[in-house]
Design a protein around this ligand. Structure first.
Ligand SMILES: Cc1ncc(COP(=O)(O)O)c(C=O)c1O
Length: 394
C-alpha cells in the first residue's frame, strides 16, 4: 500500500500486467477455459484459485476491487453493476424474515424505496430514525435489530452523521449488529468509515469514483468474512449484479484522478456555497463546510474536506425551484452527481419522488430544495449562471 492516496490511485497494487501493459487489460470474456475436468472441479470446490465465469470473478474487475479495498483500508471489496446492486446485495445477504433494521430518514430515493416498500414484503421490518440523534437511535435498537444503515453526507440534505459515535453505540448494544455506511458523497479520499467502526462501506461508483458520467457501478468493502458472503450470496445468487469488465476499466481510469478532481470539486463548492449563502433569493444553504451547518463540527472531525454537493432552498418553494433549474444554462439539469460537469436537480420531484410529501417533510426535503453537484468548471462561471437564474442583485 502506498503512503499517499494519489500514488495508490495511479499504480496497480498487483504485479505487472501481461506484455508490460501500462493500462489495465480488459478481459472481456464471460467464461474461462479449464485445462481439465479436475481443474474445473477444483476451482468450483475452492481447492484451486482461478477464474471460472465472470459473474463469479474477472481479472479486470478484481484489480478494481483490490484498488478500492486499499483506498478504504478494507480487507476486501466486491464490485457491482450499480450502486443499488451493491446496496440490495449487501442488505439481502444479511437480512432474513423477522429481522428488524434501522436506517436514517435521509437516504437516496431508491435506497429508501427498497427498504420502505420492498423489505416488508419479505418479512423484514425497516424503521427510519434520526441517526444524528444518538438518544433516539439507542431507544430504537431492539434485540432483533440486525443492521443499521445510513449515508453521510446524506442525499439530498447533506445531513452529517457521526460514524464513530453510531458504530460505538450500535456495537455496544450488539457486537453482531452490522453498521453499513453509504460513502458515495465523501469517497475514500475524504472519509474512511471502516476505520471509524463501520462493518461495510458502500458506494455508488457511478458518481465521484468514476467521475465522468459514463458508467453505472457499485461497490461494497469491508472485512473478508463479510465480503465473502456478499459476493457468494448477495451477488452470485440473489442479485447477479455484476460489473462488466469494460466498466471496471473505465472506473480504474477515472479513479486515477480522484484526488485532483475532489480537491477542485470541494474548492468550487465552498465558493458556490458562500455565494448562495449571501444571496437574498436563497432561504437556506446546506453545505457541511459552512459554520452554521448543524453537522459542521462532526464533518470537520470525520471528513478531510467538505465535498462537492450543495443543497439550497430558494424562496418561493416548489414553482420557484423548478423555474430556477429550468433557467440555468451552464449547470446541466440532470440527476446523478460527482461528474466533472455541474449538475442540478430538484429532489422532491426527481431523485426523492419515492418519498411521500409527509416522508419528505420528516426527512427535511423541502419543495424549494435544489441539489447542486458542483463540477470542475471555473467557480465564477458556475456562480454567474446561478446569479442569472436567481435574479436580483446577488
Ligand atoms: C448516495 C447514493 N447511494 C446510492 C445510489 C445508487 O447508485 P446507482 O445509481 O449507481 O445505482 C445513489 C444514486 O444516486 C446515491 O446518490
Amino acid at each position: 500500500m502506498y503512503q499517499h492516496f494519489e500514488t495508490g490511485a495511479l499504480h496497480d497494487i498487483s504485479q505487472r500486467q501481461p506484455f508490460g501493459a501500462l493500462s489495465t487489460p480488459i478481459y472481456q470474456t464471460s467464461t474461462f477455459i479449464f485445462e481439465s475436468a479436475d481443474q474445473g472441479g477444483d476451482r468450483f470446490a475452492g481447492r484451486e484459485e482461478g477464474y471460472i465465469y465472470t459473474r463469479l470473478g474477472n481479472p479486470t474487475t478484481r484489480l478494481l476491487e483490490q484498488k478500492i479495498a486499499a483506498m478504504e483500508r478494507a480487507e476486501d471489496c466486491v464490485a457491482f453493476s450499480s450502486g443499488m446492486g451493491a446496496i440490495a446485495a449487501s442488505l439481502l445477504t444479511f437480512l432474513s424474515q423477522g429481522d428488524h433494521m434501522l436506517a436514517d430518514r435521509v437516504l437516496y430515493g431508491c435506497t429508501y424505496s427498497l427498504m420502505c416498500h420492498t423489505f416488508p414484503r419479505f418479512g423484514i421490518t425497516p424503521e427510519f430514525v434520526d441517526c444524528a440523534n444518538l438518544e433516539a437511535l439507542a431507544a430504537a435498537l431492539k434485540p432483533n435489530t440486525r443492521l443499521v444503515y445510513f449515508e453521510t453526507p446524506a442525499n439530498p440534505t447533506l445531513k452529517i452523521i457521526d460514524i464513530k459515535a453510531v458504530c460505538d453505540l450500535v456495537h455496544r448494544h450488539n457486537p453482531d449488529c452490522l453498521v453499513m455506511v453509504d460513502n458515495t458523497f465523501a469517497t475514500p479520499y475524504i472519509t474512511r468509515p471502516l476505520g471509524l467502526g463501520a462493518d461495510i462501506v458502500l458506494h455508488s461508483a457511478t458518481k465521484y469514483l468514476n467521475g465522468h458520467g459514463d458508467v453505472i457501478a457499485g461497490l461494497a468493502a469491508g472485512r473478508q468474512d463479510l465480503i465473502n458472503r456478499v459476493r457468494g450470496e448477495g451477488q452470485k445468487d440473489i442479485t447477479g449484479s455484476v460489473l462488466s469488465p469494460h466498466d471496471a476499466f473505465l472506473l480504474l481510469r477515472g479513479i486515477k484522478t480522484l484526488k485532483y478532481r475532489m480537491d477542485v470539486h470541494c474548492d468550487n463548492a465552498r465558493k458556490v456555497a458562500d455565494f448562495l449563502a449571501g444571496h437574498p433569493a436563497v432561504a437556506a444553504v446546506q453545505y457541511p463546510g459552512l459554520n452554521n451547518h448543524p453537522g459542521h463540527a462532526i464533518a470537520k472531525k470525520q471528513m478531510s474536506q467538505f465535498g462537492g454537493i450543495i443543497s439550497f432552498e430558494v424562496k418561493g418553494g416548489y414553482d420557484r425551484a423548478r423555474q430556477l433549474v429550468d433557467s440555468l444554462k451552464l449547470c446541466a439539469l440532470a440527476v446523478s452527481l460527482g461528474d466533472v460537469e455541474t449538475l442540478v436537480e430538484h429532489p422532491a420531484s426527481m431523485t426523492h419522488a419515492t418519498y411521500s410529501p409527509q416522508e419528505c417533510a420528516a426527512a427535511g426535503i423541502t419543495d424549494g430544495m435544489v441539489r447542486l453537484s458542483v463540477g470542475l468548471e471555473h467557480a465564477q462561471d458556475i456562480i454567474d449562471d446561478l446569479k442569472a437564474g436567481l435574479g436580483g442583485p446577488g
